[in-house]
Each structure stands twice: as C-alpha cells, then as structure tokens.
Design a protein. Structure first.
Length: 211
C-alpha cells in the first residue's frame, strides 16, 4: 500500500510530535487517507476479519466521529500520524475516555498502514501518548484492547510499558453494535485482551531525572 501524502498541512492543528512523527487533527480532506488505510485486508484482519471499509462509511460515519471528538474535548481524540521526513500519512493514534468507564481511565488506540509496520512507529506514538496522558491529562490508568491473536499489537502494548490486565469475550450485542467488528465466532474464535498501565507503574518506569 502506498502511504498517502499529507494534505493542507498548514490548516491542521498539531497535537504532539515525537522524534519521527507528527500527530495532527483530522480534517474532512482525510477521507482518501482513511479509505486507503481501511482498504487493506491485512490492516483490517483483526478489526473486522479483513473486509475493506467503504468510502461512504468513512465519509458519513468514521470521519465525522473522529472530528466530533475535537468539539467534545480539548485534548482527547483521534489524530492522523504523519512521518516528518516524508510527510506521509501512515495511520492514526487515539487517546480518549470511554463511555461507561471512569473518566481518568483512558483508552489508547492505533492503526497503521502496512508499509509502516515493524519500524517502531506504533511503539513511538503509543509511548508519547501514554506520557501525555499521565503528565498532562490527569490519567490514573491507560489501557488498550486487541484480539488475542493480534501479536503485533500486543507487542506494541508491552513495549509501551503496559501489561495484560484481563482476557474477555465480547458479547454478540457488543459485536453487533461496533461498526468495525463482524459478529460471528467463525471470525473471532478466541478472546480479546486488555492491557493497561497504572500511574504508579508509569512513574516507576520513568528515568530518574525525567521532569
């Protein structure tokens, strides 16, 4: 998959930067970026069984949901991941509270184009967001979830300092209500996993001279 180029960079607000990445707000012009990302069966394998997402769903449902976070929160939401050296769009990262959970229990997420896999971008972005959550956003705990057989995603969580918190199965109702899941045990024969990092554990992981 060819990584898409950044569009209208001057009008898009930067959320944070890492050594190699810029995380910026999404814009309506990102429909093509998201469509290219979600059209790869390998990217979607552990999300919905490998089914590409239509441009209409991205334009009418997914992108408006991403943009809606910026109206609801000052510092939570979904951000486009841009490689500094090439200005290439390589996917997104997310950091936000979830409905039904403690407001200080913050969800971390990420989805990257296949050409960016195994280059450390996932861990780099995840670590930066975890640090921001604890340093600036009053998080008490950061967690992330994935399918148990998604070993690459689990490695990102582990390298970011998170540890396995629980193993569980989504109910048919939960699967049916989530737009990016396929409600069938044929596709999902195994469990989901949740990884988490508590503030006290994060503080122990920080360098002694960290601010």
């Amino acid at each position: 998959m060819r990584a898409a180029r950044i569009r209208h960079a001057s009008s898009m607000k930067t959320y944070l930067e890492t050594e190699r990445l810029v995380l910026r707000q999404f814009a309506e012009s990102d429909v093509d970026n998201l469509f290219e990302l979600d059209s790869d069966p390998d990217v979607m394998r552990f999300i919905n069984g490998g089914t590409p997402t239509s441009r209409e769903v991205i334009r009418e449902r997914i992108l408006p949901r991403f943009l809606g976070f910026y109206r609801r929160y000052d510092a939570f939401g979904y951000w486009a991941a841009i490689v500094k050296d090439s200005s290439a769009f390589i996917g997104w990262f997310a950091l936000h509270p979830e409905d039904g959970r403690d407001a200080h229990d913050i969800a971390l997420g990420y989805r990257l184009v296949k050409t960016s896999w195994r280059k450390g971008y996932g861990t780099e972005g995840a670590k930066a967001l975890i640090d921001k959550a604890f340093r600036e956003l009053a998080a008490r705990r950061v967690f992330a979830c994935t399918y148990s057989e998604n070993h690459a995603s689990r490695r990102v969580m582990e390298k970011s300092g998170m540890r396995l918190a629980r193993t569980y199965r989504m109910t048919p109702e939960e699967l049916a209500s989530a737009a990016t899941y396929v409600p069938t045990d044929i596709v999902w024969p195994s469990d989901d996993v949740e990884y988490a990092l508590e503030r006290t554990a994060w503080e122990r992981l920080r360098p002694q001279d960290a601010p």
